[in-house]
Design a protein around this ligand. Structure first.
Ligand SMILES: Cc1cc2nc3c(=O)[nH]c(=O)nc-3n(C[C@H](O)[C@H](O)[C@H](O)COP(=O)(O)OP(=O)(O)OC[C@H]3O[C@@H](n4cnc5c(N)ncnc54)[C@H](O)[C@@H]3O)c2cc1C
Length: 185
């Protein structure tokens, strides 16, 4: 890879989120007029040695075919600390904090799953990669093709870099570059 591209990627680490998906038998939050969404710094926790509760962000993740679910993330330092404790302790903390936010029904899911994405060798983290300060400015030409190689990854997007929308935008841009390269004008 060209040096500028290599340096750019080396300065774009993945975030650290542990992700949980929780299925309920119905969307209790909607019945109570709630969106199922929250943003939190974690607040207090009952577990010794942990700085804050596990909840970072939570969304309604009800599937297209109607399986009621919440999805959420234990973020950054909180995620690192919570990955040190037993799964059952972490699960209890997540469910109890959801119950505090939404209601006691949150304690009784049909299914609780979780994943520490930093353990994935090829993803290395979750949910997105981000530029450390100064990178986009210092390595401005990181998007330029290298011979016959065109860059289509989300990291090369001009909007929503790191996200799926950025991946789509970058893919369309790279495809246009290839077409232009094959058929100039
Ligand atoms: C747990 C998690 C949660 C996320 N949540 C969200 C979210 O809620 N919203 C959001 O917008 N984004 C989210 N993202 C980020 C989103 O998934 C990425 O931004 C998006 O997938 C990037 O698309 P991409 O095409 O750039 O790369 P990728 O989707 O990584 O695609 C790259 C492809 O290239 C293939 N590949 C790699 N090397 C080779 C090779 N040598 N030869 C052939 N093929 C190769 C890979 O197998 C892969 O299929 C999340 C990511 C993770 C991991």
């Amino acid at each position: 890879m060209p040096e500028i591209r290599r340096l750019f990627l080396n300065h774009m680490p993945m975030g650290h989120f542990t992700k949980f998906n929780i299925i309920y038998d119905k969307a209790y939050w909607l019945e109570e007029g709630l969106s199922g969404e929250l943003t939190s710094n974690g607040g207090k926790t009952f577990v010794p040695g942990i700085s804050a509760g596990p909840l970072g962000i939570v969304f309604d993740a009800t599937t297209d075919n109607g399986v009621p679910a919440l999805v959420g993330f234990i973020a950054a330092k909180n995620g690192v600390e919570w990955n040190e404790v037993d799964r059952e302790v972490r699960k209890r903390a997540v469910l109890e904090d959801l119950a505090k936010a939404f209601g006691p029904w949150a304690l009784n899911p049909v299914l609780y799953t979780e994943k520490n994405w930093s353990e994935e060798p090829y993803a290395g983290g979750c949910p997105v990669a981000y530029n450390v300060p100064g990178v986009a400015f210092s390595f401005k030409s990181f998007r330029e093709p290298h011979g016959r190689v065109f860059w289509a990854g989300t990291e090369s997007a001009t909007k929503w870099a790191g996200y799926i929308s950025g991946g789509i935008q970058a893919g369309e841009r790279a495809a246009a570059e290839v077409i232009h390269n094959l058929f100039p004008g």
